[in-house]
Design a protein around this ligand. Structure first.
Ligand code: ADP
Ligand code: ASP
Ligand code: MG
Length: 401
């Protein structure tokens, strides 16, 4: 029996009507003779609503309780999907993350999947049942429910596919991966395929269509991933390893992210131990720092800027308070209206001139940037959020995206 993991995102299970609709899609796959594991997200904006509810009680909920609360969203969906399948005469079972054997490690609200005990899922599949698993959740070594970070149902799906040795289909509200988020640049093109490497960069730089860790896991375990529309049968996009048939485009896509803030620490006494101390403190609190820039020492002092998720602002503010006690005379500034714009393409490895063209485009359009970082296959700029739409338009147009 060949097996497939299908994942349906929040919009695709947003109403009872939509749940009935995806039940038909699941059944038609089962009727082809495949073993089907279904991973679902919370309905519509449920996770956001649950977070809002907690804010009505406290500004600082214990993260264990927050995980407990957020995990309920997916639990509602698995039962409704199972009921819709039963109603249509199909044998199936709903499982929470824990019941599906998903073991996690790490911090509450951003735990990682450590392993999956796949026995239970396998035995239900062997009995011919459709297995419906709650995405986004697992259980840690203390027996507590943990969640995997926003968008984490993608990770649940790819991890299950890796463990089952099968492919993973991600059904969502967009009919594939586009060169640019179609909500931001309406004339973006749909890609037939994209390499794991490029998708990983695009996802980590803001293309929220796939969760970053899901792509990472797909690449590590070579899981073929197909992203398509849940409501219609239109061709989607394959995410796969690079092969000879794939064109090495200089620029495959453009990602933007408004999710980071920029912290500038001025007047740090220049000592590499001080810089190491700052980043070690951030790392210990699990703050994921992205772009870093530092001025050359002047009179023995340097200024340092870095970007980090807005979601970690409270943690960052506490760390900065602590730093002010340890490193005398530092001044801290936080800029929230920043956008990260990145271009990604595997062809950058062999083609030069992309950075030069980007600098030209920014100069010609009077767009200033605060930081630039590069990797082998991407270039990222921090710009003011007010310039965001204009920057996307001109860069996407110039690179024919
Ligand atoms: P789901 O709830 O199904 O997980 P998401 O909202 O997480 O769906 O992801 C789908 C959304 O991702 C789309 O509506 C689209 O606006 C956005 N998106 C961002 N970048 C891209 C891109 N490059 N290609 C396609 N969609 C993108
Ligand atoms: N429901 C979770 C969220 O909204 C997980 C997911 O949708 O993938 O982030
Ligand atoms: Mg998603």
């Amino acid at each position: 029996m060949s097996i497939v993991v299908q994942k349906y995102g929040g919009t695709s299970v947003g109403t009872p009507e939509k749940i009935k609709n995806i039940a038909e899609k699941i059944i038609s796959r089962k009727e082809k003779g495949d073993g089907v594991v279904v991973v679902v997200s919370a309905m519509g904006k449920t996770t956001d609503l649950l977070l809002e509810m907690s804010k009505g009680i406290t500004k600082n909920p214990h993260k264990r309780e927050l995980d407990m609360l957020m995990s309920t969203g997916e639990q509602v969906t698995i039962t409704l999907v199972a009921m819709a399948l039963h109603e249509r005469g199909h044998d199936c079972i709903s499982l929470t993350g824990f019941q599906a054997g998903i073991q996690t490690q790490g911090y509450h609200t951003k735990a990682r999947i450590h392993d999956i005990d796949i026995e239970k899922v396998n035995s239900h599949l062997k009995e011919g049942k459709i297995v419906v698993v709650a995405g986004f959740q697992g259980m840690n070594e203390n027996g507590d429910i943990t969640t995997l970070g926003r968008g984490g149902s993608d990770t649940t799906a790819v991890a299950l596919a890796a463990k089952l040795g099968c492919s993973c289909e991600i059904y969502t509200d967009v009919d594939g991966i586009y060169t640019v988020d179609p909500r931001v640049f309406s004339t973006a093109r749909k890609l037939d395929y994209i390499s794991y490497e490029e998708m990983l960069e695009m996802a980590s730089l803001g293309a929220g269509v796939m969760e970053t860790r899901a792509v990472e896991m797909g690449q590590k375990f070579n899981v073929p991933i197909y992203v398509a529309l849940s409501m219609e049968d239109w061709p989607g996009t394959y995410i796969k390893g690079m092969d000879m048939t794939m064109e090495k485009r200089a620029i495959t896509g453009l990602s933007i992210s408004d999710k980071d803030l920029m912290v500038t620490v001025n007047h740090i006494k220049y000592d590499t131990k001080n810089i190491a101390y700052i980043f070690n403190t951030l790392a210990k609190m699990d703050v994921n720092v992205d772009m870093i820039s530092q001025t050359a020492p002047v009179n023995g002092f340097v200024n340092l800027s870095f970007t980090a998720p807005k979601l970690d602002e409270n943690t960052i503010l506490n760390i900065m308070k602590d730093l002010k006690g340890k490193l005398n005379d530092i001044e801290v500034e936080i800029e929230r209206d920043i956008t990260k714009l990145s271009v990604v393409g595997i062809g950058m490895r062999s083609q030069s001139g992309v950075a030069a063209k980007m600098f030209d485009i920014f100069a010609e359009n009077d767009i200033s940037f605060k930081q630039v970082t590069t990797s082998e296959i991407r270039i990222s700029y921090t710009i003011s959020t007010k310039d965001r739409n204009k920057a996307v338009e001109v860069v996407a147009t110039e690179f024919d995206l």
